[in-house]
Ligand binder design. Structure first.
Ligand code: ATP
Ligand code: MG
Length: 206
């Protein structure tokens, strides 16, 4: 190692954060010898405007609860404190500034998001700010097609067929989410009454 800090950045809506997210962060941290993984809940996710999203504070607090026991995991407010929709370029610029020049950033994203990577704006600037890691998840195939060499790695995550939408559906249907999300998140969802109204939370998944 060259003494530079290696920091993973895991962006997501985290509505709610679940064990798939946590396993992905843990696995990538292991494979890439990361010193830290920063979970970054999005502000207003412009791609998910088809449904009502839980407040940024609820999503932030669930992410804090879920990551609290892991000394290498932390949570950043950069996206939820920045007004307007979240763009990855802003996330990476803010975190690069906050962490200083001795840090290399590794942006961790799902294979689903990676497939759209070239449609994100300012792709060259993005690749200048971070190395990109695309994680598989059940139902998504790994493909590096069209992605620039050396800037993107693809990693297979132990299959956990969990998604936030499935968790929201289950809560709305009165089904348990124990062991799909961390215990404290189960209790936070109940305490705050999140995801109770199916129509409100699952508009674009029916
Ligand atoms: P939704 O069902 O609402 O789309 P989600 O489960 O995909 O939610 P996000 O907050 O959108 O959760 O995910 C953040 C990132 O984590 C995305 O890049 C996504 O691909 C990745 N991810 C989500 N679930 C898993 C999983 N089970 N295994 C590996 N990566 C995952
Ligand atoms: Mg998703």
């Amino acid at each position: 190692m060259n003494g530079r800090r290696r920091v993973g950045v895991m962006g997501g809506t985290f509505d709610p954060v679940h064990h798939g997210h946590l396993v992905a962060g843990s696995e990538v941290a292991h494979i890439f010898a990361l010193d830290e993984v920063i979970f970054v809940p999005t502000g207003e996710p412009y791609q998910k405007s088809g449904r009502d999203i839980s407040s940024a504070e609820d999503r932030y607090l669930m992410t804090v609860i879920a990551t609290a026991s892991n000394p290498r995991f932390s949570v950043s407010r950069v996206d939820i404190d920045r007004p307007g929709p979240t763009y990855t370029i802003d996330t990476l610029r803010d975190l690069a500034d906050a962490n200083g020049p001795g840090t290399d950033l590794y942006f961790i994203t799902g294979a689903d998001a990676l497939a759209n990577i070239l449609t994100w704006h300012d792709v060259d600037a993005l690749f200048g700010l971070a190395h990109f890691i695309g994680c598989t998840r059940p139902g998504h195939r790994l493909t590096g097609q069209g992605l620039p060499d050396g800037k993107v790695s693809l990693v297979e995550i132990p299959a956990l067929a969990i998604s936030s939408s499935e968790c929201r559906h289950r809560v709305a249907a009165g089904e348990p989410v124990w062991y799909l999300v961390p215990d404290g998140v189960v209790q936070y969802i109940a305490k705050r009454g999140l995801y109770q109204r199916a129509g409100q939370n699952n508009k674009n998944h029916e």
